[in-house]
Design a protein. Sequence first.
Lengths: 95, 95
Amino acid sequence: MFVRTPAELGAVLRDRRKKLKLDQSTFAKRIGVSRQWVIEVEHGHARAELGLILRALDALDIRLDASTEQTPARGVTRPAVDINAIVAKARKKKA
Amino acid sequence: MFVRTPAELGAVLRDRRKKLKLDQSTFAKRIGVSRQWVIEVEHGHARAELGLILRALDALDIRLDASTEQTPARGVTRPAVDINAIVAKARKKKA
DNA sequence: TAGAAATGTCGGCGCTCGATGACATTCGAG
DNA sequence: CTCGAATGTCATCGAGCGCCGACATTTCTA
């Protein structure tokens, strides 16, 4: 499962928590946050703290893998060749 | 690369940013944050906002994969069988 | 059908994020 | 060596997080 948005991550957390038969209260205590926090995160709260999120994932034995592979359809940053030229240009432009 | 701590994630971001030959200012503008934010996150800031982190990863074409596979050495949650019994017990105990 | 458990919502509060702008330090090109 | 770019540091400030405690709603079991 690939995670791109806070909502997706929230869904992952919720599914996994339910699979482990944990209720929000126990889960919250286990990772050291309030139940309120669990609720909001599971609902896709975008401004949750990174550290707490990682703790939550860890508590549910979810591994996060960061890879640099390309999703062809999303071709946004695809320079690949003349980076030097771009840099030089940026240097001149004095952004 | 597996990410377990904010520091690890910061390192991933920094490495990737440098590989793409971006400086902090340009990077910050690209994802809509301040340069200060980039600095702190790359240093492992634990309380950064989830949404901004995801934007940063996206801007660098880094995909996050959440998997439920077991890291054998961390065998914490390994019930697998009589969850029902545990639940029943917990019900009785009225923790 | 109760009745409890789980989940979601509300108001209030302390604390720190993230932004801004200026300055210091490091590093590389010339 | 000199100049500038890149990175790191500092102080300030408004806004929102995460917490608490109570209550509302949904979802189960007995």
